[in-house]
Structure formats: C-alpha cells, structure tokens
Write a protein that binds this ligand. Sequence first.
Ligand SMILES: C[S@@+](CC[C@H](N)C(=O)[O-])C[C@H]1O[C@@H](n2cnc3c(N)ncnc32)[C@H](O)[C@@H]1O
Length: 259
Amino acid sequence: MIQRYRIQFPRADVDDLAQDETFFYLLEPGGKRKIRFHDYREIYKMPGLYEQLFYERLKCQSPAKVTSILKSSVAQSQDSNFSELRVLDLGAGNGMMGECLKKEGISRLVGVDIIPEGYDAAMRDRPFVYDAYYTYDFCNLNSEQRDEMASWSFDCLTCVAALGFGDIPTKAFIEAFNLLKKNGWVGFNIKETFLDKSDETGFSKTIRELIFSEYLDIFILERYRHRFSIEGEELYYFAMAGWKNGDIPPHFIESIDEA
Ligand SMILES: C[S@@+](CC[C@H](N)C(=O)[O-])C[C@H]1O[C@@H](n2cnc3c(N)ncnc32)[C@H](O)[C@@H]1O
C-alpha cells in the first residue's frame, strides 16, 4: 500500500523565501516537523513523500517534458534510435526521470546522485529502472570513478530538476557532458530566469554560454510550467534537448565562476 503523509505548507505571510529555502511541515503523531524542499536526504527516506509533495501537490511535470522533447529531438536524426541510447541520468534522486525514460523505451540507463539516500530510495521504490546507480559527486570524481563512467560509453545525458539552486553546479554538468562519447544527446531543464541576460550570477552566465556554444546544438527549447510554488504560482522553466558536438575544452571550464 502506498504510504500517505500529512503535508502542510507554511502560511503565506511567513513565506517570502527563495525557491531553495522553501519548506513544508510534515504532520506526524508526535508533532509537526519542518523540512526544507532541498533536504532530499530526509525526503527520500520516506517512501512516496517526494512524489506526494512535488508530483501530486505541486504538479511537477519536468521528467515527462524533458523525456518528450529528447525523444522528439532524436526522432529528427536519422542516425540515432531513442531506445538504443545509453543514458547517464545525473542527479537521479529516487528515479522519477529514470522511470519516465524507461516507460518511453530506453533500455540502457545509469543513475548518479551525490547522496546515498538517492540510491537507497531508487532501489527501494524503482529497483528495475536503472542498470546501475552510483553515489558519486560529479564535482569531485576521482580517476577510478571517471573510468567507471567512461566504461558505459554513454551517448546521452539527462539532468532534470537538478541544475542550479545549490544543487548541481555547471562544473558537474560539464564533467558529465564530457564523459559522453564525442557526439551524443543531452536533455535537461533550467529555471527560465537563468536564461535572462539580467541574471548576472556565475551559474547563469555559464549555463547561457554553454547552451549557445559550438559544443551543443539545441534541437528543441521549450518554455513550460515546471510545477506550482506553494502559493499556487506557476514556475516556468525551459526544457532543452540537443546534440553534443564535442567536448567542452579546459579553458572554458577554468573560466567558470559559479558564484
Ligand atoms: C530535485 S532532485 C531531482 C531528482 C530527479 N532528477 C527528479 O527529476 O525527480 C536534485 C538531485 O540532484 C542531486 N545532486 C545535487 N548535487 C549533485 C552533484 N554534485 N552530483 C550528483 N548529484 C547531485 C541531489 O542529491 C538530488 O537528488
């Protein structure tokens, strides 16, 4: 039986928080517990809580959206077959994106997440989705881990609801991008404001440079509602799918300022 939780959002007047500071209360027999949206360790430990919070209450549609534009992009190419892609799902969490990819026919799929709770939750809730799942920090891969990743000969990278906001930095994304074969497919999403030139943060500038660089040919870029905020506001993101043209060179990586 699916476990259900009593979730309560804070009153509007106490919630003027950035997206990565948002929290909710979990109502338990012993009292109410405050949990931040980004406290994935706590959330993944409770089966079904992530799904109830982000997918049922806040109507997140990002895994389905990124999967669909990736599939449409690949369909535009005569040389690739979607179901034959060897996919690296970066920031895989409890496997929501993996499940979508699997449903759409992907057969070779590897998940990676920085926290062991991601692995535990994926194995507990979706044990048949990933061929392998690694607890790696893509900002600090050692040579053994890099070799292990390279041995899969990935030709597709997905990264959903995980870029920016203190989650996956561009450096980790680039590491994964460069681990793909020379050419391959990439599907990911970012909050719409990150593409806005007025956002001068290091993350924003780097991601814009990367998206519009010669290393990536964007096939589809679509603005869509990622999910609702706890106040019921629509949060818009861009979903992107494209073709990797080649590795991102060291001089690009060295110039990254994430601040
Ligand atoms: C919002 S969750 C997204 C999970 C899943 N992709 C989905 O769509 O439901 C972001 C995930 O990125 C992971 N993450 C953050 N930094 C990371 C890093 N440096 N390397 C790998 N995973 C990371 C977090 O642990 C978290 O599980």
